[in-house]
Design a protein around this ligand. Structure first.
Ligand code: AMP
Length: 540
């Protein structure tokens, strides 16, 4: 016997329709690439998304065609999200920080029909275009006054939108149909496409809003620093309209001064980004003696958030840190660090230690850890093993079957090594490729990096395993000092005493001016390992 409830497909267009109808006067504010601030409402965004949907139709875009974007966080990018997915096409956000050859590969692999791009990326597009014959239209996301000179036949976004009426009915789409596409920024091999569906996107958007997740509401002002090309800005362009939160898009200016200015003028309550972004912002705050006004929480994820950063946000600035974990293949949210009642009465030190973990699993995601033979390990907070996930917003196969079947007995292997406890609180020990294997035991590079950045002179740290004739590998620490700070190798190594097990203490320290990052802001461990593979450890 079937239930007798309406069978309405979960469609992305319903988010913008809802936001228009019930939060129509709520603002969307964008810092423009052309300069200045753009301000309009959900009502306007819905109208222009419908105009753009008509424009896509006029360009000959058909359901399931891929629409590429090379763009910062802004209102036009938001409109493309809704016009493309809402009309049945697939919104394909491309990470412009990848090497041009990788972008060419991605555009061609995805068969992008049109590519929309911000002015910033014209030089990149001019390089790509000759190698991407399948792209029929290159559209500059700007107005006529700012259209650039180019040898390419470029279209102007505003002209395109303005040439079409807003008389458009969003079609009913099979909820399992593809809605958007995002390539993983793999550190080896070609990027692989994760193809989200309308259903997975809506369920994830619901999950993300929950009180023990990002706790979003109509009273929030959300500023996603995380780019819309990095797992759809962690779903915020969907979750914000779902609850009617005001959105603030920072455009291309992600430096501390530009962000704090927006936080203040727009009364931002909630933000989200990777640790490297917050590093710059906190340095700016400290150097200028600034405080956060309305910001009450910030989501930090994408790579391990150093405990020192959590403490600075919470203890110095009174901003709650929601330490979160996920991945492109998970839309991305898997865990968010929020406390249960019984944690609230713990002594501060114990609560702080708990908060350093990647967080508690949210409904919709199932987690387990397994040993090398695939045997499930206990949820005791101590055993650690390969972390596997499953759920309705987790990838079951990559676009075009790339890489074969990724699943293990129906579970997606994350490539992370973690512990899990009976509350579902997960802690990443390391990426399985990054753990340091010393004399048959494992050393967590994340734990060592976290310990190092707790030193007041350290801005950023990376730890990699380096060959050792006796132990196979031993940890090497690379340190970027804070501007003007003094620190010696001996002082640094001494700092680890009592903070980590003695045999974990790195064998050597190298001071560097900067560390390499991936296109999504993670430490580029492959490059660091490569650069230091011949480093001779003292005593080795
Ligand atoms: P991406 O698909 O680019 O978002 O990368 C996903 C990977 O980033 C995960 O598998 C983790 O290795 C890492 N990651 C994401 N969030 C965290 C976190 N809070 N702590 C540690 N690693 C993280």
């Amino acid at each position: 016997m079937h239930g007798l409830m309406m069978n309405m497909p979960l469609n992305i267009s319903s988010l913008i329709r809802h936001a228009d109808r019930y939060h129509g006067d709520t603002e969307i504010v964008s810092r423009l690439v052309e300069g200045g601030i753009h301000r309009y409402t959900y009502h306007d965004a819905h109208r222009r998304s419908r105009q753009l949907a008509n424009a896509l139709g006029a360009l000959g875009v058909k359901p399931t065609d891929r629409i590429g974007t090379l763009a910062w966080n802004g209102h036009r990018h938001f409109e493309i999200y809704y016009a493309s997915s809402g009309s049945g096409a697939v919104c394909h956000t491309i990470n412009p920080r990848l090497f041009p050859e990788q972008v060419v590969y991605i555009v061609n692999h995805a068969d992008d029909r049109c590519v929309f791009f911000d002015l910033t990326f014209l030089p990149l597009v001019e390089k790509l275009a000759p190698h991407c014959p399948g792209v029929k239209n290159w559209v500059v996301m700007t107005d006529k006054a700012h259209m650039p000179e180019s040898s390419l036949p470029l279209m102007c976004y505003e002209d395109l939108v303005n040439a079409h009426s807003d008389d458009y009915e969003w079609p009913d789409i099979d909820e399992n149909a593809a809605s958007s596409l995002c390539y993983t920024s793999g550190t080896t091999g070609n990027p692989k496409g994760v193809l989200y569906s309308h259903r997975s996107t809506i369920l994830h958007a619901y999950g993300a809003c929950m009180p023990d997740a990002l706790n979003l509401s109509a009273r929030d002002v959300v500023l996603p620093v995380v780019p819309m090309f990095h797992v759809n800005a962690w779903g915020l362009p969907y979750s914000a309209p779902l609850v009617g939160a005001k959105l603030v898009f920072p455009g291309a200016q992600l430096d501390g001064a530009s962000l704090t200015a927006l936080f203040d003028t727009e009364k931002v309550t909630c933000s989200a980004g990777v640790p490297t972004i917050w590093l710059g912002l906190l340095q700016h705050m400290e150097a200028n003696g600034l405080r956060f006004g309305s910001l009450n929480r910030t989501v930090i994820g994408g790579s391990a958030c150093p405990p020192a950063m959590i403490r600075t946000f919470e203890d110095r600035y009174g901003v709650q840190v929601l330490h979160a974990w996920g991945m492109t293949e998970m839309s991305p949210l898997g865990t968010v660090n929020t406390f249960k009642n019984r944690h609230l009465v713990w002594p501060k030190e114990q609560r702080d230690a708990l908060q350093n973990k990647q967080g508690r699993v949210i409904f919709g995601v199932d987690l387990k850890i397994v040993d090398d033979d695939g045997k499930e390990l206990p949820r005791d907070g101590k055993a650690f093993g390969d972390l596997l996930v499953r759920g309705p917003w987790i990838c079951r196969e990559y676009f075009k079957g790339e890489g074969g079947n990724p699943l293990r007995d129906g579970w997606f292997p994350t490539g992370d090594v973690a512990t899990l406890d009976e509350d579902g609180i997960m802690q990443i020990t390391d990426r399985s490729k990054d753990v340091i294997k010393s004399g048959g035991e494992w050393i967590s590079s994340i734990d060592l990096e976290n310990a190092a950045v707790a030193h007041p002179s350290v801005a950023e740290a990376a730890v990699v395993g380096v060959f050792h004739p006796k132990w196979d590998e031993r940890p090497l620490l690379l340190v970027v000092k804070k501007p003007g700070a003094e620190l010696t190798r001996e002082e640094m190594l001494k700092f680890f005493e009592g903070r980590v097990a003695k045999w974990w203490i790195p064998d050597d320290v190298v001071f560097v001016d900067s560390l390499p990052h991936t296109a999504t802001g993670k430490l580029l461990k492959t490059k660091i390992r490569d650069d230091f593979k011949n480093h001779k450890l003292p005593g080795a």
